[in-house]
Design a protein around this ligand. Sequence first.
Ligand SMILES: [Zn+2]
Length: 409
Amino acid sequence: MHNLRLLLLLLASAIVLAVSNITGKEDIESIAAEIHREVLTLDSHTDTPLLLSRDDFDIGRRNSHLQRGGQVDFPRMFEGGLDAAFFAVFLGQGERTTEGNKAAKERAMHIFELIHSAIDNHPGMAGLALSADDAYRLREEGKLAIYIGLENGYPIGREINLVDKYYDLGARYITLSHSRNNDICDSSTDPAGPEHGGLSEFGRDVVRRMNDLGMIVDVSHISDQAFYDVLEISQAPVVASHSNARALCDHPRNMDDDMLIALKNNGGVIQVCILSAYVKTPEPNPAREAALDEVREKFNHFEGLTDEEMETAREAWFGVQEKYPRELATVADLVDHIDHIVDLIGIDYVGIGTDFDGGGSLDDCRDVTEIGNITLELVRRGYTIEEIEKIWSGNFMRVFRQVESKRSR
Ligand SMILES: [Zn+2]
């Protein structure tokens, strides 16, 4: 029904365009804006919970990214037209000891609580979403849908039952690792190289348990071999919640063409990420790199930090960014990744997972209020409303529903 209305609108706009001598710029912008309003928009990865422990951050108020107020809050989600987002319970990889695992578990629980209270404190604006259908229902109610994903399987430690626990707390995907190897699998970026040769025995149990629970397996961050191992044993399609195409930006965090083809055969989806260095290989800037390395060293690679330490680390990180500003990739560069993926494997396997508040930022998409620029670029390149709907949520939701249908516990 909605689509029919929009088709008529598109037709009307096309006629206006044809009979007038104007450039068509405004028409394209208004068509894009209408499409952006019409389709359900879902961002499969933000690190916004990192801000929730800050005293001066209220997610129900409009903050500014220029004043270090993060890139996402509820008013700005409404403003930018983002209907649904996965908030990450993120844990940097720390010690894999009994104490380390215990601390990671406690920290994870704390972040779940922060997210639950952020939603509970603003019942008129947002709701906790637990199923694919919830996003559509909440949108009907005029509310934002907030999903939870666990970024890093580290807080599972070696206790398989904790997968169930995190599911019960609302997590609907688990990113199996972060930037270092863990007990589940190898990471794509561990300086020590692979440790398990892909997915560990325990990791296989974790994937099976996630399948049984109807929980999505997120293959972003994990090593190429771990990715292939997951595809071999997973009974359901998988997602890469925030990754790009390696053919356009050669980084181990991105997926090469063979992996993308394997992902298509699995029926999964890759959610392109706006983290500039994964979109376009940056020009070398040794002074900036050295300063960032210094911050990483000083703050233990952001691993095992308390809230206060994390805040100081963020300040130091932003300080370097301000001192050595870099040129960011653009929305057009990002859409090049979408084009590449679509050319290679078709329109049904790509979506968007920004990594806002976790490093995601483009020159013309600096916070959630600017995500409409992505839709505008898609319209400029000739993507139809049906295709844009698939990119903004349809493909991810198809995978989500297939994962849900495999639930057996
Ligand atoms: Zn990440």
